[in-house]
Write a new protein. Structure first.
Length: 64
């Protein structure tokens, strides 16, 4: 009976540790997703700027 109780306590502790690790990983995942989204927006912004620069440059060359 005490062995079964120790087994259940050990399993409960393992489950709690895994649950805590899972929650920590979910938080980390959200943080990384936000960082990824931010970087993607920044990349798109730079791409848009480059397109504007090339358009302006090509118009300037046509006018000269």
């Amino acid at each position: 009976k005490t062995a079964a109780l120790r087994y259940r306590q050990r399993k409960r502790a393992e489950y709690d540790a895994l649950d805590e690790e899972c929650q920590g990983l979910e938080v980390r995942n959200r943080e990384l997703k936000e960082k990824s989204d931010s970087i993607e927006r920044e990349i798109q912004y730079v791409k848009d700027l480059l397109i504007e620069v090339y358009k302006a440059r090509s118009q300037r060359l046509r006018n000269n």
